[in-house]
Design a protein around this ligand. Structure first.
Ligand SMILES: *Cc1c(COP(=O)(O)O)cnc(C)c1O
Length: 366
């Protein structure tokens, strides 16, 4: 049996999602082009963006989608404020510097959220700002950034908001009737529980339509990808057919489960079991519950002579669970994800595995 992935993606997928990949599709055949159309339509519907937003899928991991979004929907006249509190905010800044997009950033520590008053002050001091880039759930720590407040501010100031919702989309609420934004990037292999290989950008039609010739890259040109797909329902270049078939199945399962609302509930319950179980053993969470998204949880590595991350990891792996190393720059941590095709029973098993592991390593924390 496969090990359970307590990671932020790739993650554990359903049997059916894996099974549907046992076929070959002609990428220019109607069976596949219909499937592709269905995926794009369901993704737009997930944010209630019918008629206002377009979905443009992009081959590659999530970063390819983020880079396509930035490169295609901004240009040399843009000035971007990037809100950074972890690796993915930094990555957006790095993309901007690779492709020479004028930007400033407001960075806070990895366990803190941005002060909205300060963000407003930065906007007021930089009258030429055209865009704000924000990360919804910063997977580095698992922190939940206040996307609604950021959106309200951007809207008030008439600035275009782009969201990296990679590890949030499909589980944390995002509805254009409530949250104003111009573009959001996400991928198949996180809360939507597909397999890795494709990302997508949901973009306001009015923004996409005027984005011709912005892109620094042919492969990552959203406008070109969109125009081609609209013209003949096909991808410009080889699509990841099997990945898209799995994604289509995963989206059906998302809908069957009850959509974003029910997925949020399941992850929230998973998160609670992990947090309470770990806390009962004496592990300390990095973040207070209030700003902890039910996606991935960061724990501090305990200060115990017998605790070594590699041994801890290997012992959990022997018991069928793969956890994730920490990504913080400020402290030694590790992470446990609570997303994927996993339920409370799996979470209780994971906690049992951690208990056994502590016993084996002769670690007692409280
Ligand atoms: C996973 C993730 C990405 C994309 O990472 P890839 O490794 O390229 O898939 C971007 N932003 C956030 C917040 C993520 O969690």
């Amino acid at each position: 049996m496969d090990k359970k992935l307590l990671t932020p993606g790739p993650l554990t997928t359903s049997s059916k999602t894996k099974e549907v990949m046992l076929h070959d599709w002609g990428s220019r055949d109607i069976v596949f082009t219909k499937l592709n159309k269905d995926i794009r339509q369901s993704l737009v519907e997930l944010i209630n963006g019918q008629n206002i937003f377009e979905c443009v899928p992009m081959q590659g991991s999530g970063t390819f989608a983020v880079e396509a979004m930035i490169g295609s929907l901004t240009n040399s006249k843009s000035k971007i404020l990037i809100l950074i509190n972890g690796a993915y905010g930094h990555r957006m800044k790095k993309i901007c510097s690779y492709i020479s997009r004028n930007n400033i950033s407001y960075e806070v520590a990895e366990h803190e959220i941005h002060d909205c008053n300060k963000t407003q002050k930065i906007i007021d001091e930089n009258k030429d700002l055209t865009h704000i880039f924000a990360v919804y759930c910063e997977t580095t720590s698992g922190i939940l950034n206040p996307i609604q407040a950021i959106s309200d501010l951007a809207k008030k100031k008439g600035i275009s908001l782009f969201i990296d919702a990679m590890s949030a989309f499909g589980a944390l609420p995002l509805d254009i009737n409530k949250t104003y934004f111009d573009a959001v990037a996400a991928s198949s292999n996180k809360c939507l529980e597909g397999v890795p290989g494709v990302g997508f950008i949901l973009v306001r039609k009015s923004v996409l339509k005027v984005s011709k010739n912005n892109s620094h890259s042919l492969s990552l040109d959203l406008y070109d990808q969109w125009k081609a797909m609209e013209a003949n329902a096909q991808w410009r270049f080889t699509p990841p057919t099997h990945v898209l078939a799995a994604f289509n199945q995963a989206l059906k399962e998302h809908s069957k489960e009850g959509g974003t609302k029910e997925r949020f509930k399941r992850y929230k319950e998973n998160c609670k079991i992990i947090c309470e179980g770990m806390s009962s053993m004496g592990f300390k969470q990095l973040l207070p519950d209030k700003i902890q998204a039910p996606i991935i949880i960061t724990f501090l590595q305990p200060d115990h002579p017998n605790f070594e991350f590699e041994k801890f990891y290997n012992s959990l792996s022997d018991k069928g669970f793969l956890i994730y190393p920490g990504k913080l720059t400020v402290a030694n941590t590790f992470r446990i994800g609570c997303i994927g095709h996993l339920n409370k029973k799996d979470m209780h098993h994971a906690i049992d595995a951690v208990k056994k592991t502590l016993k084996e390593l002769d670690i007692k924390l409280n």
